[in-house]
Design a protein. Sequence first.
Length: 189
Amino acid sequence: MELFADIDQNLLFWIQNNMVTSTLDPYMLLLSHVGNIGLIWIVWAIFLLCIKEYRVTGIAILLGLLISLTLGNGILKPSLARLRPYIIYSWIPSDIVVSLPTDYSFPSGHAFGSFSAATIIFCRNKYWGIFALILALGIGFSRVYLFLHYPSDMLGGMLLGILCGIFTYKTVHHLSISPPWHKNKFNGN
């Protein structure tokens, strides 16, 4: 376990020392900002709700975001209580001005919600799904870049988000094809 923690910490500091630049800072801030409260995914879901053919996908995205929020921020973060890197390494200065979250670190809620929504989009439409997954990756990485999460927080959020997205998409899709409230009580159909 200690080896894993060392790798996680070393990767975090490698990113900080080799990738953080004033050129990338505004883009990482933007990516992090559009991932706040799942904003970009909520807008995307609302857009899909307006198109009859994609309405079920919009519902699935909103449900996936709700599940990721409940499981990630409501259950996992308080249970695991992992402190964020900017708290553990408070002596490390940052030139990037960002609002500092007060909740725990694992899993990254930005990555969890983003990958849940992006996976649902991918399950419905591969073309838009690839774009959504790249956006989700950028949002998740921005949180590590901004020193708000460890790489393992992002990876954990990503894996949980993909699983949540697949589960939500399949469940909502199945219910939309064969809703349980439409079964005939007399012949089981």
